[in-house]
Design a protein. Sequence first.
Length: 315
Amino acid sequence: MRERVVALVGPTLEMYPVTCASAVFGYHGPDIAHRYGFRLCTERPGSVRTTMGFDIVVDDGLEALAEADTVLIAGWCPGPEVPAAVGDAVRNAHSRGARIVAVCSGVYVPASLGLLDGRVAAVHWELTGVLGRQYPKIQADATILYADHGDVATAGASATTIDLCLNQVRRDHGAALAMRIGRQLSAAPHREGHQRQFPSLPTTGPVPDSIAPLLDWIAANLHTPLTIDAMSARAGVSPRTLNRYFVEQLGTSPGRWLLDRRIASTRALLEETDLPVETIAERVGLSSAVNLRRRFRHALQTTPGAYRRTFRASF
C-alpha cells in the first residue's frame, strides 16, 4: 500500500510548499517507484483562499487525518491561532503514529499541542522571536534547514520543503529513491538538516561567489582522493577562505560536506547494487572497506550489511 500523505490546509493556503510536497510525493513515471498518495484536507471543506489571490476547492475535511501516515502542515495563515477541532485531529493522528511535518508558520500547530516541547524546531528567522516568547519550551533554531525527530519534523522556510520531504523519502525507502526523485525534480544535491537556511552575507563589500559549481565538481569526483587543497585549488581560493565559504553558505565544513556526500552515495549503491563493500568504498572515495564501515556506522548507527538488508530494492 502507498503511504498516505495528507496536507492540512489552514484558513489561507500558501501554494508553494504544498505544490513542492506534492511534487516529491506524487507520480514520477513508470521508472520510479510510486510509494505515496497525496491529498488535501481542511477544517471546513469547500472553497479555500490562497496567498496567490485565487480560491481552490478542497473536498476533504479533518476526517482525512484519521487515515494519514503523514500530516503535512505547510504554513498556517493568517495567524498562529489553531482551532480546537484542528488541534484534536492532529493530536489524534500523532497519537496513533502518524508523522507530523510542519513547514514555516505551520510550526504553530505542533507547537500549540506540545509536540515540540524540549526539542529543536527549525523556524523561519522572522518567527523565532514570537514563537520563543509564546512557546519557551521549544528550542527554536532559525539557522538550520530542517529538524526531523521521526514523529515530528519542521522546516524553517518554504524553500526547504523539498529538502524535508526528500528526507522523509530517504527515511522511509532509502537514499536511492530519494536521489531518483530529486534528480527528476532537478533539486539541489541532498542537504542535511543542519545546513544553513541561508548564507551569512557581509554587510559591506562584495558578496562571496556561490560555491555551487564547486559542489557539482566534488559530487562528480567522489571516487578520487579529494583534499581540502584540491578543492581550494579548484575554487581558486585559499583553504582558509574555502572553509569560510562553506561555513557561511552551508553551515558546515568542506570535510563534513564531502563525507556526507560519500555516505549518501554509499547508501544508494548498497540499495541498488550487489557490489561488495570493498568496491563501493573505492567508488565513493573512502579508500577501504574498513574505513567505509567505520564512517558508515558513525553516521547511521548501523552497518553497511544491515542497511542493505533493510533497503535493498528493485526499481
